[in-house]
Write a protein that binds this ligand. Structure first.
Ligand SMILES: NC(=O)c1ccc[n+]([C@@H]2O[C@H](COP(=O)([O-])OP(=O)(O)OC[C@H]3O[C@@H](n4cnc5c(N)ncnc54)[C@H](OP(=O)(O)O)[C@@H]3O)[C@@H](O)[C@H]2O)c1
Length: 268
């Protein structure tokens, strides 16, 4: 029998990419799933893929505290409790800091960091009552600052530190707190990453087909939740980057610089 059967699982940002794959995987495991996003049409389309399945959709921007409060209220009204919260909703950016409007960085922080804090605040009493699990989908950029993604890296470092503090506070509560750091994963994230002025890039600078699939990433996350892991770092490149940055940070500076720049121009 699946460990997720009849569990209530809240997944933010379930209309695309890793979140969508998590919704699909959790529904297949027999969970009751609730998800949110800013675009109603995408959520409606998602729901129409699962007729008769226990999937709640709700339009919410996780950077807004009131949206998160209403979302969690709606989940409780529909399902009565929450076992697992997966803070997945996130956006990226791609621009050198010297060119970037401060509002662009603020927007990324508001969604990636504050979105995680907001949803966790309202869901926590319910998860605690069930000795469940709180997950944050962070990034390798939460262990190693990445050029062109200064705001994104800051938001993911903030998520990791905040989750580590929360984990320690809840260590004897029976609730597991875990942060997941995917490597490059096929999704919409690089298409909609903000440029210096805070607008969508509209294209990915990388070959999305050569990355880990969102479905494989979701399966790793489900396994880690089941095993009540502390952290999960994904992909060979992701693990190597975290290792090198920890033990050989100056070498990591050069390797990361070479990966993202060609002829002194940011190309990825
Ligand atoms: N893909 C990768 O290579 C990669 C690597 C490491 C970490 N991650 C992390 O994985 C998570 C999922 O990313 P992804 O790659 O699957 O991206 P994605 O394909 O762009 O999907 C992002 C999802 O989040 C939702 N979302 C974005 N901003 C939101 C907001 N303010 N409020 C509510 N929902 C919001 C989007 O829906 P709407 O636009 O309709 O709101 C969408 O459903 C993110 O936290 C990301 O940082 C991704």
């Amino acid at each position: 029998m699946s460990a997720f059967l009849n569990k209530v699982v809240v997944i933010t940002g379930g209309s695309e990419g890793i979140g969508k794959a998590l919704v699909d995987a959790m529904l297949q495991e027999g969970a009751k799933v609730a998800t949110c996003g800013r675009n109603y049409d995408k959520l409606y389309q998602l729901q129409s893929n699962y007729p008769g399945k226990p999937l709640l959709i709700h339009t919410a921007d996780v950077s807004r505290e009131s949206d998160c409060s209403l979302f969690i209220d709606k989940v409780i009204a529909a399902f009565g409790t929450i076992d697992i919260l997966i803070n997945n909703a996130g956006i990226s950016m791609r621009a050198l800091f010297q060119d970037t409007e401060l509002d662009t960085i603020r927007r990324v922080m508001d969604i990636n960091f504050w979105g995680t804090v907001n949803c966790t605040k309202f869901a926590l009493p319910h998860v605690l009552a069930n000795q469940g699990t709180i997950v944050a989908v962070s990034s390798i950029a939460g262990y190693r600052g990445l050029p062109g993604r200064s705001g994104y890296s800051a938001s993911k470092y903030a998520v990791n530190g905040w989750m580590e503090a929360l984990r320690t506070e809840l260590l004897n509560s029976g609730t597991n707190v875990m942060w997941v750091c995917p490597g490059f994963t096929t999704s919409n994230i690089r298409n909609v990453a903000l440029n210096a002025l805070g607008k969508s890039q509209g294209e990915s600078p990388m070959d999305e087909g050569k990355m880990m699939s969102a479905e494989e990433c979701a399966q790793h996350i489900l396994t880690a939740i089941r095993k009540r892991k502390r952290t999960l770092v994904l992909t060979f490149t992701g693990k190597r980057t975290v290792f090198l940055n920890r033990f050989f940070p100056a070498l990591a500076d050069k390797l990361v610089r070479n990966f993202f720049f060609k002829n002194n121009v940011l190309v990825k």
